[in-house]
Design a protein around this ligand. Sequence first.
Ligand SMILES: [Zn+2]
Length: 418
Amino acid sequence: MTTTETYKLQLLNLRNTLGNEKCADCGTSDPPPDFVSINIGIFLCINCAGKHRAMGEIYSVVRSIHLDSFDEKKYEVLEQTGNRNAAKIWEFSVPLCWSPPLQNDYEDLVEQWIHAKYIRKEFVENADSSLLSYLKGTKTGWLFKKEKDASKWRKRFFVLSSQQGQLSYFIREDDNKPKRIVQIRSINMMFVSEEITQKKHSMLITFPFTKNREIKLRHIYLHSETSFEIVDWYLSLRAARLSFLKPYLYGLDGVEVSRLLNRSYIKMGFLHKTGSKKGDGWRKRFVCLDCRRFLYFSNAMDPEPLGDIKIESSPNNQCLFEGVNGTHPASPTPHCFYVRSSVNDSSSVKETSLVRESSRKGRNPVFNFCSETNEDMKEWISAFNCAMKSDTVESVEPDTDSQRTSQLFRSSSSSSEE
Ligand SMILES: [Zn+2]
């Protein structure tokens, strides 16, 4: 066996040791990390290896375990460093508002995580955190906002003030009055794929508002010109939420805190849907699936949902079935499933009367869905299963009726009173 092949085998063995079996930057093990950075001494997945290559060899020298040749010196760097030791250096101190990327996470977040670690060296020992823009508590700048009734995006001037607990936006930078103010206490934000927005670097913010004495959820889609900017806004908003929620976070671990700062929808996309009334026809709707509820819209990126439906708690998946329930016209495709919603839903717009009617009859309303493909249907079923597994409807607000969150906040506020 040649020396090259010997090193390749040794490298593959080294990759299977603890810490190296997952990508150093996104944590994925499927596909396994088939690449290494020979100067940093880490194992990387193909996706992160591409991002390392794009930084240039001044920061990271990327090699393929399978295609490149290795010598003793290169092997030793990897053997002596490895992903676990490298993390102790490059992730020595990561601010809580950062959410390190997970497998298949939003591309911009992965890219900026890698740049923050190795180019800007934000998390190394003795890094100056006072220089980090997202920790300053204020941020101003232009973002493109999706217009309400058109496919247009317009530039708006956004102002975040952690101290005032508000995110505002203005039509012009020197306007006295903001067009809208959103409270940090109830804002949620998430990245959104280019498939949905047709724009790179896009984010969705959601927040409750009152209309006709009903509380509804508003969606605002934003995009920026660079991945740095959109991630900086995202982190600044998380940092502002962290600062607002601080009194309530006593005793929670990093994962729990992160979940309270914001969360993404489990799945977003188009589905055909029926109402719950007998004979209701099928309509194509844009559906956003959240913990224990789904929202549906006439079109993707509409600001207000047509309906906001709670899903029953289901420890044994008794509320999700393949096929069609009830008497309805023929479905547009054969890939159908249905979901029972919760009878005590009060926040839906159009369905409220149906829900009440069904409730009076002692049965839960059923919504049929159908996907364009069988694969998509399987993905939706798996996403609905995931949505129903959550014990309660989680909220990003500390004082809502969310049982678990209230419990967390109750226990933390009583602890702080003691
Ligand atoms: Zn990776």
